[in-house]
Design a protein around this ligand. Structure first.
Ligand code: 5GP
Length: 220
């Protein structure tokens, strides 16, 4: 490859980012807008045993595989991380991520908190971002507006969203997606290395998240 770091020593290896969110927080739309504006950034395509939703394309949204194929990849130690979410398996191919980073691309993994934990352990320089909705009511109406899930599935997703949010402290950066444009700007700043990790001080953040979780009957 002419553009590999070996033939072009000046090219730096791409960064690795993990992005998690309460489902319905707007993560996917924000990340799609981000990669459209910043061609250096690429979204990793995960493998999953979940069936495709209407409109989802194999190889674009996910690599849709059966449980046998997924298990075989695990036996061959091909996963950078993998997890079970809502009863389905999800995993990130280590070889795909390595190849993209070697080309100098910044790679984004849209994964859950369990996967994020594994990636942080294996790749300590990973930057991790958690995206929050402004309220649980907004989250519910976004999930309902998607029209892809049954009422039972929406309740399950809301409960899972709360559980996912309990892990917010494990992430470097917190983005609250109240309005699309400012949330996108906040993300762009983080990817430009100008973001402020929440640990450096973000008054009111802990209280905000405690209220968000309390609205759903969970203690932070
Ligand atoms: P969905 O099925 O709605 O696309 O995703 C369900 C959940 O699985 C989301 O929290 C998403 O971030 C997570 N997820 C998607 N791909 C992966 C993956 O490769 N690894 C892990 N650990 N989680 C993933």
């Amino acid at each position: 490859m002419s553009n590999s770091p070996i033939s072009n020593p000046a090219r730096r290896e791409g960064m690795l980012y993990v992005v998690s969110a309460a489902s319905g927080a707007g993560k996917t739309s924000l990340l799609r807008a981000l990669v459209e504006r910043q061609p250096r950034i690429v979204l990793s395509v995960s493998y999953t045993t979940r069936p495709p939703r209407p409109g989802e394309r194999d190889g674009v949204d996910y690599h849709f595989v059966d449980r046998r194929t997924f298990a075989a990849m695990g036996l061959r130690e091909e996963w950078l991380e993998s997890a079970e979410v809502f009863g389905n398996k999800y995993g990130t191919s280590a070889a795909c991520v390595d190849a993209l980073r070697a080309e100098g691309r910044d790679v984004v993994l849209e994964i859950d908190w369990q996967g994020a934990k594994m990636v942080r352990e294996r790749v300590p320089e990973t930057r991790s971002i958690f995206i929050l909705p402004p309220s649980l009511e907004v989250l519910r109406s976004r999930l309902e507006g998607r029209g892809t899930d049954s009422p039972q599935a929406i309740s399950r997703r809301l409960a899972a969203a709360r559980n996912e949010t309990l892990h917010w402290r494990e992430y470097d950066y917190i983005v609250i997606n109240a309005e699309f444009a400012p949330a996108l700007t906040a993300l762009e700043r983080i990817f430009a290395g100008q973001g402020e990790p929440w640990r450096r001080g973000r008054p009111g953040l802990g209280d905000f998240i405690a209220r968000l979780l309390a609205a759903g009957g969970v203690n932070a």
